[in-house]
Write a protein that binds this ligand. Structure first.
Ligand code: FES
Ligand code: FES
Length: 218
């Protein structure tokens, strides 16, 4: 007797999955002509634009031929081999890359080197030497203002710049009387140094060190 019922195909779930995967892979493969086109098409990646930039770093005139996209941090670390300045976040959030630019503190990861033609830059290497430490460096050593030390160059450069800001009468977010000269209190130091993170949590010793270098906190 002839069987007129529709053809029954038994397909397991596993076979469906395998078939689906193969079909997706085949669809994703470029065709032969697409591969040939990609190989012969002119490259769309623009060549780097370079320019010469010259500045004074730690008292020495330095001149570099740089890709215009080079940050000041990379110019210092990768081109001048001044690796004391650290790269933490590379996004302006940790302060590890702080240097002094014409006497003012700056996150060197957030600025391009070519923007600072002729500037005077001081890194941790230029603040003092192992034999003749800057008073802020000596205070950090005395008060154990670090553990791993990764944030320390940025903390020290930032602290030096911060004391100059206080001396110049620049108020902070927590300064109560904006018409008077700011007093250097623990609260002021904490606020003004809040852009410098320390993952080891050496904050209380850092504040002590800064207070010592400043001649005491009020
Ligand atoms: Fe520049 Fe973190 S590396 S702020
Ligand atoms: Fe380790 Fe500050 S001493 S991050």
């Amino acid at each position: 007797m002839q069987d007129d019922s529709p053809l029954k195909v038994r397909v397991s779930r596993r076979q469906v999955l395998i078939a689906g995967t193969v079909s997706a892979a085949v669809t994703a493969l470029p065709t032969a002509s697409a591969v040939t086109d990609a190989a012969t098409a002119p490259s769309k990646v623009a060549a780097a634009v370079t320019t010469e930039v010259a500045f004074e770093v730690n008292g020495e005139r330095r001149s570099l031929e740089l890709d215009t996209r080079t940050t000041l941090l990379d110019a210092l670390r990768e081109h001048l081999r001044l690796t004391g300045t650290k790269k933490g976040c590379d996004h302006g959030q940790c302060g590890a890359c702080t240097v002094l630019l014409d006497g003012r503190r700056i996150n060197s990861c957030l600025t391009l080197a070519v923007m600072h033609q002729g500037a005077r830059i001081t890194t941790i290497e230029g603040l003092g030497t192992p034999k003749r430490l800057h008073r802020m460096q000596a205070a950090f050593v005395k008060h154990d203002g670090y553990q791993c030390g990764y944030c320390t160059p940025g903390q020290i450069c930032s602290a030096v710049g911060m004391l100059d800001e206080v001396k110049a009468g620049v108020p902070s977010h927590v300064t109560e009387d904006l018409t008077a000269r700011p007093r250097l209190s623990v609260t002021e130091v904490r606020e003004r140094m809040s852009g410098n993170l320390c993952r080891c949590g050496a904050y209380s010793n850092i504040v002590d060190a800064i207070g010592d270098a400043a001649g005491g906190l009020s």
